[in-house]
Design a binder for this molecule. Structure first.
Ligand SMILES: *[C@@H]1O[C@H](CO)[C@@H](O)[C@H](O)[C@H]1NC(C)=O
Ligand SMILES: *[C@@H]1O[C@H](CO)[C@@H](O)[C@H](O)[C@H]1NC(C)=O
Length: 204
């Protein structure tokens, strides 16, 4: 943490690359963890099995660990980006999460995969400070497979005490939810609901 608070200087800051790895067991556990049932064969295991496409969202937390992740320890690591004030880890909220899938990823990573992270937006208002991070999953050759965007809302955090906002990148605009018809299929993933078109269902 820098002693000089200057939110603008944190935008664009590139973190160290984070090595990541996974195997098929991790993908199956993930599928069950997000609610796959015993007859969701395409998610659990059969001839048409494929990794669930949102899996990269957990990789910035997992890294290369083969054990459970100590989330609390990860969250209390402190800010290493310049210009940010102290954030109380007890008042951090996962504000939003997006994933842009660029390429299907393999069932077993093998060595050399990593996540390249940078801060792409910082904003402040009366409620606190929001940090948005971009994490790009790349293979050993540097080919990107997925781009993740996540926002952390640090309630009560204060820098200037006024409204501030700077952004250099963000998730692509999502397609609007059609208002004139019901979804063909609805899947509940944890707390969220994904609306999926019939044609896309086979890809999940
Ligand atoms: C601050 O921004 C957040 C996120 O956009 C919003 O939910 C909140 O209402 C804002 N607070 C104020 C006081 O404008
Ligand atoms: C900050 O933005 C909020 C919401 O847009 C507005 O109500 C408030 O007056 C602004 N505060 C300052 C100090 O400009």
């Amino acid at each position: 943490m820098s002693s000089q608070v200057d939110l603008a200087s944190a935008v664009g800051w590139q973190d160290e690359d984070k090595p990541v790895s996974w195997n098929q067991r991790d993908l199956l556990l993930y599928a069950v963890g997000i609610g796959a049932k015993k007859d969701d064969f395409a998610l659990i295991n059969d001839k048409s099995w494929a990794p669930f496409p949102t899996y990269p969202v957990v990789l910035p937390f997992k890294g290369t660990s083969q054990d459970v992740v100590n989330f609390r320890k990860l969250m209390t690591g402190g800010n290493r980006a310049p210009g940010l004030p102290h954030f109380d880890p007890n008042r951090g909220v996962h504000g939003s999460q997006s994933i842009e899938i660029l390429k299907p990823f393999p069932a077993v990573s093998g060595p050399g995969w990593k996540i390249k992270k940078r801060i792409v937006a910082v904003s402040e208002n009366k409620s606190g400070i929001i940090l948005e991070q971009e994490s790009v999953l790349v293979d050993a050759q540097g080919t990107p497979y997925a781009k993740l965007y996540s926002a952390s809302f640090n309630l009560g955090a204060k820098a200037t005490g006024t409204n501030f906002s700077k952004r250099i990148a963000g998730p692509p605009q999502a397609k609007p939810v059609p208002k004139d018809r019901k979804p063909d299929w609805v899947v509940c993933l944890g707390a969220g609901i994904a609306y999926v078109k019939k044609a896309e269902k086979s890809k999940l």
